[in-house]
Design a protein around this ligand. Structure first.
Ligand code: FAD
Ligand code: NAD
Length: 473
C-alpha cells in the first residue's frame, strides 16, 4: 500500500506537530509519523518537549517551588503551615498526568485538523518516498510526498567517563522519576538541565553538587545576570563547582563515586544518584538521510539553508535536528515557516530574536545580544539596569533578588539585548521580544505606561536608566 500526501512530517515534537497543523490549516494533505513510546509502550505525541522535557520538568519545578515556599517563604508572610510533608509519589503522578493531558491534546489537535497520525520509525528512501516500520509486528508502510519535513529532534549526549545505566546514573528522563529524594545528588553540567533539575531536587531536600567543566558560569548569558544568578543559586544550597572536569564515575555498593579534576588537583565525590546533563545532539537515528541526499554537518545536524531547506529537493528540516538553539519555540516557529513556504506563501523567522529562559528561581531570561557579544562585534552600546530590590511589587511579595538590564545601540537607541533575572522572568521577557521584533528603542519602552505595582515596571525603569533617568533608583 502506498499513500500519497502533499507533505509528510517526520517527528511529532513541537517542531513537527506544529508544522503538521499549520500545513493542514493551509489545505495541504498532511501525515505526521512519530516513533515515541511512553513508559507503558504506547505511542505518545509531543516529542521530547511534552514527554520528557519542557513540560514534565516545569511541572516538577512548580511543585517543588510550592513545597519550598511553604517551608521557607511563607513564615516571613506570617503563615505557619505546621508539619509540611512531601508525598513524592503524588507529585510524580501529577507530573505524569500533566504530560498525558498534553500529549493526548496533541493527538486531538491532529485529529481535529484531519491529519493522518502514523506511529512508527520513518526512514527516507529517496524520490519523495518514506517507509514507516510500525512498532511491534505489522507491515512496513510506504508513503510518498511532494514535500518531507524532518523534525526528528535531539537526544542526550553521552560521555564515556559517566555511562548512564538508567538507575544510579541517569539522563534527563531518569531525573524526572527518582522514586525517593536522593540524599546526595551529583549533576554533571551546570547548563540548563543541570540547573533546573538541581533546583527541583535541591528544593525537595537533596544535597546537590553540580560539576561544571567550564570556568565561566552560563557563558551565553549576560555577565551581570550570570554572576547574580550564581550567587543566589549557591545561597539556595546548590554547590556549583566550576572548572571541574569529570574523569570517571563508578558504582560502589549503593553509591556513585565521581572523580574530577579542578585547579586544586584530583578529587572524588560520593553521591546516591548522578545526573549527566552535558548537552544534546541532533537525532537522525533510523532516518537514513544519505539515502535521500540529505547532508549532515560535522556535529551530525541536518544541513539547511536560511529557509530550513536541506540539500535534497523537497526535503526540509527544523528544530533540534538542525543548527541553532535547541528550544521548543524555535522548533515550532521553524515548523510554521516551512509549512507556509510549502504552501507557496512567504515566511520568515528572525533567529536573532529568540528568547531563552532557564526556570530556576528566580528565572533567568534573555533575548538578543550580550555586552560581550556587542564588544566583540565592535558595536557601541549603552545600557541601563534596575534591581528588583528597588521595586515596590518585589518588596511586597518578598522576591527582591534579581535585575533587569537593557542594552541599546549607542547611536540609534535601538534595543539590542534584554537580560532578566527575576521571579517571573519567563513572562517579563515577552515584552522585550515584542519590542525588539518591532525594532523599538529604549525610549519607546520608557514612554510606554506600565501598570503599578508590577515587576514589569523594572523593565520600564531599566529602559529609563539607559538615558540616566530611572526614577526609583
Ligand atoms: P523533539 O521534541 O525531540 O521531537 C522529535 C520527535 O521525532 C520525537 O517524538 C521522536 O521520537 C521522533 N522521531 C525521531 N526520529 C524519528 C523517525 N525516524 N521516525 C519517526 N519519528 C522520529 N525547550 C524550551 O523551549 N523550553 C523548555 O523549558 C525546555 N525544557 C527542556 C527540558 C528538558 C529536560 C529537555 C531535555 C529539553 C527541554 N527543552 C526546552 C528543549 C525542547 O524539548 C526541544 O528544543 C524540543 O523538544 C525540540 O523539538 P523538536 O520537534 O525539534 O524535537
Ligand atoms: P547545556 O549545553 O545547556 O549545558 C551542558 C553543560 O555541561 C555545559 O555548561 C558544559 O560546559 C557542561 N559540560 C559538558 N561536558 C562536561 C563534562 N565532561 N564535565 C562537566 N561539565 C560538562 O546542555 P543541557 O543542560 O544538557 O541541555 C541541553 C539543551 O536542552 C539545552 O542547551 C537547551 O537547548 C535544551 N533545554 C532547554 C531548557 C529551557 O529552555 N529552559 C531546559 C532544558 C533543556
Amino acid at each position: 500500500m502506498v499513500d500519497n500526501f502533499d507533505v509528510v512530517i517526520i517527528g511529532a515534537g513541537p517542531g513537527g506537530y506544529v508544522a503538521t497543523i499549520r500545513a493542514a490549516q493551509l489545505g495541504l494533505r498532511a501525515a505526521c509519523v512519530d516513533a515515541w513510546l511512553d513508559a507503558r509502550g504506547k505511542p505518545a505525541l509531543g516529542g521530547t518537549c511534552l514527554n520528557v522535557g519542557c513540560i514534565p520538568s516545569k511541572a516538577l519545578l512548580d511543585s517543588s517551588h510550592h513545597y519550598h515556599n511553604v517551608r521557607h517563604l511563607l513564615p516571613a508572610h506570617g503563615i505557619e503551615a505546621g508539619d509540611v510533608k512531601l508525598d513524592l509519589r503524588k507529585m510524580l503522578a501529577r507530573k505524569d498526568k500533566v504530560v498525558r493531558t498534553l500529549t493526548r491534546g496533541v493527538a486531538g489537535l491532529l485529529r481535529k485538523n484531519k491529519v493522518e497520525s502514523i506511529a512508527g520509525l520513518a526512514s527516507l528512501k529517496g524520490g519523495g518516498r518514506v517507509e514507516v516500520a510500525p512498532h511491534g509486528s505489522g507491515d512496513v508502510r510506504a508513503l510518498t510526498a511532494r514535500h518531507i519535513v524532518l523534525a526528528t529532534g535531539s537526544v542526550p549526549i553521552r560521555i564515556p567517563v559517566a555511562e548512564v545505566d538508567g538507575d544510579r546514573i541517569v539522563d534527563n528522563e531518569g531525573a524526572l522519576a527518582f522514586s525517593e529524594v536522593p540524599k546526595r545528588l551529583g549533576i554533571i553540567g551546570a547548563g540548563v538541565i543541570g540547573l533546573e533539575f538541581g533546583s527541583v531536587w535541591g528544593r525537595l531536600g537533596s544535597e546537590v553538587t553540580i560539576l561544571e567543566a567550564l570556568d565561566d558560569f552560563l557563558p551565553a548569558a549576560d555577565r551581570r545576570v550570570a554572576d547574580e544568578a550564581l550567587k543566589v543559586l549557591r545561597r539556595q544550597g546548590l554547590d556549583i563547582r566550576l572548572g571541574a572536569r569529570v574523569t570517571g564515575a563508578r558504582l560502589q555498593g549503593d553509591a556513585v563515586l565521581v572523580g574530577y579534576e579542578d585547579a586544586g588537583g584530583a578529587r572524588e565525590c560520593e553521591f546516591e544518584r548522578l545526573v549527566v546533563a552535558v548537552g544534546r545532539r541532533a537525532n537522525t537515528e533510523g532516518l537514513d538521510p544519505a539515502a535521500a541526499g540529505v547532508e549532515l554537518d560535522d556535529h551530525g545536524r541536518i544541513v539547511v539553508d536560511e529557509h530550513c531547506h536541506t540539500t535534497a529537493d523537497g526535503i526540509w528540516a527544523i528544530g533540534d535536528a538542525v543548527a541553532g538553539p535547541m528550544l521548543a519555540h524555535k522548533a515550532s516557529e521553524e515548523g510554521v515557516a516551512v509549512a507556509e513556504r510549502i504552501a507557496g506563501r512567504a515566511a520568515h523567522i528572525d533567529h536573532d530574536i529568540i528568547p531563552w529562559v532557564i526556570y530556576t528561581h528566580p528565572e533567568i531570561a534573555w533575548v538578543g545580544k550580550t555586552e560581550a557579544e556587542l564588544d566583540a562585534a565592535g558595536i557601541a552600546h549603552r545600557e541601563g539596569s534596575f534591581p528588583f530590590l528597588a521595586s515596590g511589587r518585589a518588596q511586597g511579595s518578598g522576591e527582591t533578588d534579581g535585575v533587569v538590564k537593557v542594552i541599546a545601540d549607542a547611536a540609534t537607541d535601538r534595543i539590542l539585548g534584554v537580560h532578566v533575572f527575576a521571579a517571573n522572568a519567563s513572562e517579563l521577557i515577552a515584552e522585550a521580544v515584542v519590542a525588539m521584533a518591532f525594532d523599538a528603542s529604549t525610549e519607546d519602552i520608557a514612554r510606554t505606561i506600565h501598570a503599578h505595582p508590577t515587576l514589569a515596571e523594572a523593565m520600564h525603569e531599566a529602559a529609563l536608566a539607559v538615558d540616566g533617568r530611572a526614577v526609583h533608583i
